[in-house]
Design a binder for this molecule. Structure first.
Ligand SMILES: NC(=O)c1ccc[n+]([C@@H]2O[C@H](COP(=O)([O-])OP(=O)(O)OC[C@H]3O[C@@H](n4cnc5c(N)ncnc54)[C@H](O)[C@@H]3O)[C@@H](O)[C@H]2O)c1
Length: 375
């Protein structure tokens, strides 16, 4: 089947990403789909209307994107001013994070929107493929942000992370060796810093030890050792995750008090509550604060600051799913297997994802019965 796929401008504050890159438009159009792009949607990522139209898209005004499209593709969840632009039966493919907003969930249920959430689609190994590139971006950025904030004009202790001949490099401690942690470690190691990375998975520690260079030490995470290393560090990067749960607090206020003055803490795990006791969410317009003499950077949407890179990284992973959605419709998409069907959160006024239903104690519908019902 042929669908109309619409991409509106992102209207959330400081969100420069757009849900598709020109290469994605090209692939969809080659596959017989029609693509509508809101005029200026690519501006924040440095992509001009002409690049989209050369790839085959039609450039239209905002209302037309919503009124003509079968599938709306976004980056962030629909905001209140977008709710009434959506219509029953329309598919919205984006990050929703429903557990964080009952208001958003109710709006989608009442309007009978079909919501396919980036964050709950799984691959065959059970990983979350659409979340991964954003963790790669945040992990790499964490070292750049940390290095910049260690400079005196930014309030840091005036340390060049690499050191120079005759002067020792910075000590960088990374808590959690998953996607964020590994990417942070790669960049940190490249600067020549003395890097320590903690994890609780022995298998993961072995892997990190195999692939990272000699200036990275892997350590098994226990409270005593974490506390000791954090207190000696110039820069600490928080990157732990226990799937589906609030992040465990690994760095106490007491540890922060004992750190060197004007050292830097970057808590990437802030979106799950943070793994540093003194962490509270900040924004790109006011990213840091000082507590116990230590500079804290806890921005919850770090990839938003590198919109162009993030737009291309996101399109690379969403496109294969979008192609199926556009070609097969929602039922064909769900038929691709449980891992893909895990993306369906809301459809026809009912909840289809156990995490979302569980968060608000709502009844759960099953994809199997939906497919059976409509046979
Ligand atoms: N702030 C942002 O802009 C941003 C962007 C992307 C991701 N994130 C967040 O960063 C966090 C990490 O994401 P990820 O993709 O790397 O997750 P991941 O699952 O790949 O890695 C998490 C790692 O933490 C380890 N871990 C769990 N408990 C631990 C403990 N007590 N001590 C040490 N390690 C422990 C796990 O074994 C795992 O290896 C998540 O909360 C994610 O949502 C934030």
């Amino acid at each position: 089947m042929a669908s109309v796929v619409g991409i509106p401008c992102e209207i959330k504050e400081h969100e420069g990403r757009v849900a598709i890159a020109p290469a994605g438009v090209h692939v969809l159009c080659q596959g017989g789909q029609q693509v509508l792009i809101e005029s200026g949607a690519g501006n924040g990522s440095g992509i001009a209307n002409e690049e989209f139209s050369q790839a085959g898209a039609e450039i239209v005004e905002r209302e037309e994107v919503f009124s003509r499209s079968d599938i709306i593709v976004k980056v962030k969840e629909p905001l209140e001013e977008e709710f009434d632009l959506l219509r029953a039966g329309q598919i919205v493919f984006t990050f929703f994070h429903f557990a964080a907003s009952r208001q958003l969930l109710d709006a989608m249920l009442q309007r009978e929107i079909t919501c396919v959430a980036y964050e709950t689609i799984r691959d065959r190994s059970g990983n979350l493929p659409i979340l991964t590139p954003m963790s790669e971006v945040a992990g790499r950025m964490a070292v750049f942000e940390g290095s910049r904030h260690l400079e005196s004009p930014s309030g840091g202790r005036g340390v060049l992370v690499s050191g120079v001949p005759g002067v020792e490099p910075a000590k960088i401690v990374i808590l959690g060796g998953g996607v964020v942690g590994l990417n942070a470690a790669k960049i940190a190691a490249g600067t020549g810093a003395q890097v320590t990375i903690f994890d609780v998975s022995h298998e993961r520690l072995r892997y990190l030890d195999d692939i990272l260079p000699a200036n990275v030490t892997t350590l098994y995470s226990n409270p005593l050792l974490v506390s000791k290393k954090v207190r000696q560090a110039d820069l600490v990067i928080g990157a732990v995750l226990v799937a589906g749960a609030k992040a465990p607090v690994l760095v106490s206020r007491e540890d922060v008090k004992m750190m060197k003055d004007a050292s830097v803490l970057i808590d990437v795990a802030v979106d799950q509550g943070g793994c540093i006791e003194t962490c509270r969410p900040t924004t790109h317009s006011d990213p840091t604060y000082v507590e116990e003499g230590v500079l804290h950077y806890c921005v919850a949407n770090m990839p938003g600051a590198v919109a162009r890179t993030s737009t291309f990284a996101l399109t690379n992973v969403t496109l294969p799913y979008l192609e199926v959605l556009a070609r097969e419709g929602i039922e064909g998409f769900l038929g691709f297997g449980d891992h893909v069907a895990a993306g369906l959160n809301v459809h026809a006024g009912a909840v289809y994802h156990d995490g979302v239903a569980g968060s608000f104690d709502l009844p759960l519908e099953s994809v199997a019965s939906l497919l059976g019902k409509n046979k």
